[in-house]
Design a protein around this ligand. Structure first.
Ligand code: TRP
Length: 347
């Protein structure tokens, strides 16, 4: 069986460090390892519209922002097909057929969707499109015969739904669709990076994100204002490193090389932690170090972004090319699906 990697993001805001450690970094690694037959990364504008249908400008503007984020982290259009979801009409057709295979109560049980509904205070007025987006997400995945789907932890219920649909489809219509597997980060801290305020998750609506496109000054300000250990008042006080956002970020981002470069008095993060826990290490020092580590991460990303911003036509060409290629694959799958469902009348 072919190895086909696929993943996507909703264009509702710029991508941030949480996305980077949770998924983008892994995608670039997978791309560079080259151990796959096809790799797709796409901008899920159709899905973004399920809860932003009344704000089309926001979605449209963010499509190009996400494309810039993708290219600036180092996704290479020669190795990865980058496309826009709504341009592939085959996905809507597949969604329509998959809808027959899912019950309303199954959709209502999806824990991620449930949490989102609560957060958005839809009350009893849940848009159909929103409730059923896991079905359309199954279309995204199966249209390209994806076998590996690198995502954040919150997407596991979507993959479960996708596998359910695939099994049910294959059961009824014969072996047609490929079962996908989720790929989540090995590192627990990378799975859910907290916001700079220490809250559960980096999230645009909470205003606690460090964006990949933030400039140095903005990053410095955000890092200096970060949540640490509230009981670590004087430098001499022993500090907690476990619920300390600065240490969590360091865990996710820093390497021994960073210590050599910026804090040579420590060999690695374990030594820094031990000092902090014993007492005698101030927050400003660890924040300064974290700032350098983030800057090392973001500098090449900013440079690539600048190049693509200055060559925006190139970005549109990449999206156009990618969309064309993606459409070819999706239309082959749709053909197979219709044949299996006996609705291929004129073939
Ligand atoms: N639901 C994903 C998110 O919120 C985006 C997405 C849409 C996706 N379709 C997908 C991810 C297919 C992986 C595979 O970010």
């Amino acid at each position: 069986m072919k190895k086909i990697i696929l993943t996507g993001d909703r264009p509702t805001g710029n991508l941030h460090l949480g996305h980077y450690v949770g998924s983008l970094k892994k995608r670039v690694e997978l791309q560079n390892e080259g151990d796959y037959d096809e790799m797709y990364v796409f901008i899920a504008d159709t899905q973004a519209l399920t809860d932003n249908f009344n704000n089309p400008k926001k979605v449209r503007d963010n499509v190009i922002e996400i494309a810039l984020d993708y290219l600036s982290v180092g996704l290479n259009p020669k190795k990865v097909t980058i496309f826009i979801q709504s341009m592939i009409s085959e996905l809507c057709e597949l969604t329509m057929y998959y809808m027959n295979l899912v019950t309303l109560s199954r959709l209502e049980r999806n824990p991620t969707v449930k949490a989102e509904i609560k957060q958005k205070s839809f009350g009893n007025s849940i848009p159909m499109g929103f409730l059923s987006y896991p079905i359309s997400q199954t279309a995204d995945i199966t249209a390209f015969d994806a076998t590996v789907v690198p995502v954040g932890e919150d997407q596991l219920p979507m993959l479960e739904q996708a596998r359910d649909i695939v099994r049910s489809f294959n059961n009824i219509y014969g072996e047609t669709l490929v079962e996908p597997k989720a790929l989540i980060p090995d590192s627990v801290v990378c799975r859910r990076l907290p916001g700079t305020d220490g809250k559960a998750k980096m999230s645009k609506s909470l205003g606690n994100c460090i964006y990949l496109k933030d400039d140095s000054k903005t990053v410095r300000k955000k890092v200096m204002g970060m949540f640490t250990d509230p009981n670590h008042i004087r430098v001499e006080d022993p500090g907690d490193t476990k619920n300390n956002t600065v240490f969590i970020y360091l865990e996710a981002l820093c390497t021994d090389e960073h210590f050599k470069k910026y804090l040579p008095q420590y060999k690695n993060l374990d030594e820094l932690k031990a000092h902090y826990e014993k007492g005698g290490l101030g927050d400003v020092k660890i924040k300064n170090f974290l700032y350098e580590v983030i800057e090392d991460t973001l500098t090449p990303i900013r440079e690539r972004r600048k190049y693509y911003e200055e060559n925006i036509d190139l970005v549109y060409d990449i999206l156009k090319e990618g969309t064309k290629k993606a459409k070819r694959h999706a239309s082959e799958t749709l053909k197979r699906v219709k044949e299996a469902m006996l609705i291929d009348y004129f073939e």
